[in-house]
Design a protein around this ligand. Structure first.
Ligand SMILES: Nc1ncnc2c1ncn2[C@@H]1O[C@H](COP(=O)(O)OP(=O)(O)OP(=O)(O)O)[C@@H](O)[C@H]1O
Length: 226
């Protein structure tokens, strides 16, 4: 379980997060939705310990960082490190040795090649494979479906469902509401650094309708598409 209280974060004068309080439970998948610039990645970076912030983040672990896997929306890899070396490096950070990596190559990646030479989608699949093999208790997946092919997206949906069954805490963002509603137990809507509301499964359709009404409004009609 991870509980954040009154989390705020500014970049200079820009207030990216403003008093965010949320709770993420074990065995549940919690979605975070919000328009570009709403603060999703900032929220994730704060939880992952990559940004200073004000407010508190509680968890049952002495060091949340040591139990948390963060799939960044655009993973970066240093040059001259192969896919296999990256996976083994990430595993060793958790004092783990991986036996039979071939059979654990979930997406069939060319692990002998430099990760920096992978395509965007391959990089994301490599980063995801590495954090799965770390056997983290808390997983933050920032846009796991974007840039990844349809087949791999099916795999990722199944992986998320297995993580839930393994009682992991999963936090996920996506720009596609249908992707979130398929895998999440609850979805929080973030706007301008604030949580507007959190809905459980039964509230997803009204949450989507509200987002549509607020976001689209009469803008499309005014465009007078012909
Ligand atoms: N390093 C930074 N320096 C200055 N401002 C930043 C920085 N990172 C994010 N911001 C600002 O903080 C706000 C929140 O950005 P963030 O990346 O968290 O949004 P997001 O919801 O993840 O957006 P997107 O859906 O486009 O990925 C934005 O106004 C952004 O411009």
């Amino acid at each position: 379980m991870v509980r954040i209280e009154q989390l705020s974060k500014s970049y200079g004068r820009k207030q990216a997060l403003d008093g965010v309080s949320l709770s993420f439970q074990k065995g549940r998948v919690h979605g975070v939705a919000g328009e570009n610039g709403a603060g999703k990645t900032t929220l994730f970076r704060c939880i992952a310990g990559l940004e200073p912030y004000t407010g508190t983040i509680h968890s049952e672990y002495d060091s949340l960082k040591g139990h948390l896997g963060f799939l960044q929306a655009e993973p970066f890899f240093f040059p001259r490190i192969t896919g296999e070396e990256y996976i083994r490096l990430m595993a060793s950070a958790r004092q783990k040795k991986i036996a039979g990596l071939e059979s654990k190559n979930l997406f069939g990646l060319p692990l002998g090649q430099y990760a920096s030479s992978y395509s965007t989608g391959m990089k994301k699949k490599l980063a995801l494979t590495a954090i799965l093999l770390q056997e983290n208790e808390v997983l933050i997946l920032d846009e796991p479906f974007s840039g990844v092919d349809i087949q791999s997206n099916l795999v990722i949906v199944e992986v998320i469902s297995r993580l839930r069954a393994l009682n992991k805490t999963v936090i996920i963002s996506s720009h596609i509401f249908a992707a979130l509603s398929e895998v999440c137990d609850e979805i929080s809507l973030l706007r301008s650094g604030r949580i507007l509301q959190t809905a459980g499964r039964s509230g997803f359709s009204s949450l989507e309708a509200e987002m549509k009404a607020v976001t689209i409004g009469s803008r499309i009609d005014q465009l007078e598409l012909k």
